[in-house]
Design a protein around this ligand. Sequence first.
Ligand SMILES: [Zn+2]
Length: 54
Amino acid sequence: MSMIQNLNAIKDNGIEEFIKAENEKWKCKSCGGVINVHKDICSTCGKQRNTESG
Ligand SMILES: [Zn+2]
């Protein structure tokens, strides 16, 4: 997603919706923990962000 698209999304949906979507993007599907943005793994359980299954 580009910067412009981000801004448009904020304009359309509001900052709260945008933040919610961002949080969702960085939330671990296994444990609900926070994904480390730099390492792309969950800081709680160590699971990788973009695993298709498991
Ligand atoms: Zn996790």
